[in-house]
Design a protein. Structure first.
Length: 206
């Protein structure tokens, strides 16, 4: 007999924070700060990412909030506690509530905080919320096949590579990308959590 999960995810906007970052539910009021964050490194020029140009940030927020309203996205802005500045954005997306699955993605950071402790601190919050508060069975991550830095960062978290979906989706320049898929399962989370806490402690001392 097939047994279906009786617990269904109930995703609501929520503030997540630790001693390094605050993840604030995205709102139209964040537009000016997100524009400044994108200008740090002119991130929109990276053809294999979804970082908006300054004049597209307003639309970027609208699309994210429309996805939240539809129930398949939950977006945040990333605020660094030390400086008080918004330094990027991230979200849950491709939410499959009946399967207790979310994906973490649409993640980008200002150039000045890349390769710092910020990404590890954010992922620790998002994974903790996903597994411990929402009781997810799996948290997925995905990236462009040409975004090698992102692939290395995801693998450094302890996520397992599921495979590559060929000719999967359209990039912002109109080209079609392959998508590299990763995931972390519920029973893997304790070890991943231990790894991320250790990794964050090492990054803090740099």
């Amino acid at each position: 007999m097939v047994q279906y999960n009786t617990f269904v995810l109930d995703l609501q906007p929520v503030i997540l924070q630790n001693e390094h970052v605050v993840l604030e539910p995205m709102s139209p009021g964040h537009e000016a700060e997100l524009i400044e964050a994108t200008k740090d490194g002119e991130l929109w020029n990276l053809w294999f990412t979804t970082v908006p140009a300054p004049d597209q940030v307003g639309q970027y927020i609208q699309v994210a909030l429309a996805g939240q309203e539809a129930g398949h996205m939950l977006p945040w802005v990333v605020r660094e506690k030390r400086t008080g500045k918004v330094v990027g954005s991230t979200r849950y997306h491709d939410i499959v509530a009946v399967a207790n699955r979310v994906e973490i993605g649409y993640t980008w950071y200002s150039a000045s905080v890349q390769r710092s402790h910020i990404n590890t601190a954010c992922k620790l919050l998002l994974l903790s919320h996903g597994f411990d508060s929402l009781r997810c069975d799996v948290v997925g991550l995905r990236t462009d096949n040409f975004n090698f830095r992102s692939q290395r960062a995801i693998e450094a978290l302890g996520a397992k590579k599921d495979g590559v979906i060929r000719h999967h989706t359209v990039r912002k320049d109109g080209s079609v990308r392959d998508t590299v898929m990763y995931s972390i399962l519920k029973h893997e989370w304790p070890d991943v959590q231990r790894h991320l806490k250790h990794r964050l402690a090492r990054l803090e001392t740099r």
